[in-house]
Design a protein around this ligand. Structure first.
Ligand SMILES: Nc1ncnc2c1ncn2[C@@H]1O[C@H](COP(=O)(O)OP(=O)(O)OP(=O)(O)O)[C@@H](O)[C@H]1O
Ligand SMILES: O=P(O)(O)OC[C@H]1O[C@H](OP(=O)(O)OP(=O)(O)O)[C@H](O)[C@@H]1O
Length: 231
């Protein structure tokens, strides 16, 4: 059996991901970049490396195109319906930390919690003649958190593919759901995180696609054990 491991070909996780595999005794040859999609592990004919972007890795884990991938938990949970049925987080890798959060304008002084936000959402149409608008690229996580976890149904998602934190000031949305690490982008945009507004604490993970062929595979266990030992 050959096992395919997807590693980030670019972006903030690329170097740390390769370094962990090297420490695990799986040295990657053929450094990924936008034009070089395949790599190998020195001395291992049974492992193939696919270089993809972080969000492509989440997608390939979902459709079983790769066996393992290194990517952010946020991208896996946003990208895959029923994520826990289709993948397993084999190891948390200790880098790429970022929280997916609900943030509102600082001047909303009486809004500190999701319950407060639920009250605002309920009154919004009466007061403003439209639903509360949330700018985000995290549609699935937002819907799960607002509708399923907090029972808030009266809102509208405005798709944002960049500069999400600018949406409230620009008038294209009222609040945001986005990733934050240092918090400085939120502060610069006069936004505050709700007290119970952390949807997900994400970091880079070794993710395994759940496949029947992995049952009882020594190679699959070896890869997981090696990576865990390298942390
Ligand atoms: N400050 C941050 N901003 C955005 N993402 C961050 C930050 N810190 C860590 N991450 C994590 O990095 C991952 C995204 O990595 P990156 O932005 O390098 O991907 P990318 O190469 O742009 O991928 P794609 O092109 O597919 O979107 C996410 O899992 C995210 O949680
Ligand atoms: O909490 P902070 O440390 O301020 O980081 C958060 C910001 O960083 C990311 O954007 P980035 O500029 O990295 O671009 P990207 O979204 O294209 O990755 C993210 O989308 C936030 O806007």
């Amino acid at each position: 059996m050959t096992i395919t491991i997807a590693l980030p070909s670019k972006g903030r996780m690329k170097d740390d991901a390769s370094a962990i595999f090297e420490r695990a005794g799986l040295k990657i040859s053929g450094i990924g970049n936008d034009r070089n999609y395949r790599g190998r592990v020195d001395g291992r004919e049974d492992i193939e490396i696919a270089f993809l972007s972080a969000s492509e890795i989440a997608r390939e884990i979902g459709n079983g195109g790769v066996d393992f991938g290194v990517t952010g938990e946020d991208l896996v949970r946003e990208g895959l319906a029923d994520a826990d049925r289709r993948m397993e987080i084999a190891a948390r890798l200790g880098f790429g930390h970022a929280d997916v959060v609900v943030a509102v304008p600082e001047i909303w002084l009486d809004v500190a919690t999701m319950a407060d936000l639920g009250d605002v959402a309920a009154d919004f149409r009466t007061r403003h003649g439209r639903r509360l608008a949330i700018a985000t690229k995290y549609w699935r996580l937002t819907q799960q958190f607002f509708s399923s976890q907090h029972g808030i149904q009266l809102y509208r998602i405005v798709e944002s593919l960049g500069a999400t934190e600018g949406a409230p000031a620009a008038g294209s949305a009222d609040i945001i759901v986005d990733i934050t690490s240092t918090g400085s982008t939120l502060v610069a945009n006069h936004l505050k995180i709700l007290d119970d507004g952390v949807i997900l604490k994400s970091e880079a993970c070794l993710v395994r696609a759940k496949k029947p062929a992995h049952e009882g595979s020594g190679l699959v266990s070896e890869i997981v054990e090696r990576v865990r030992a390298a942390l």
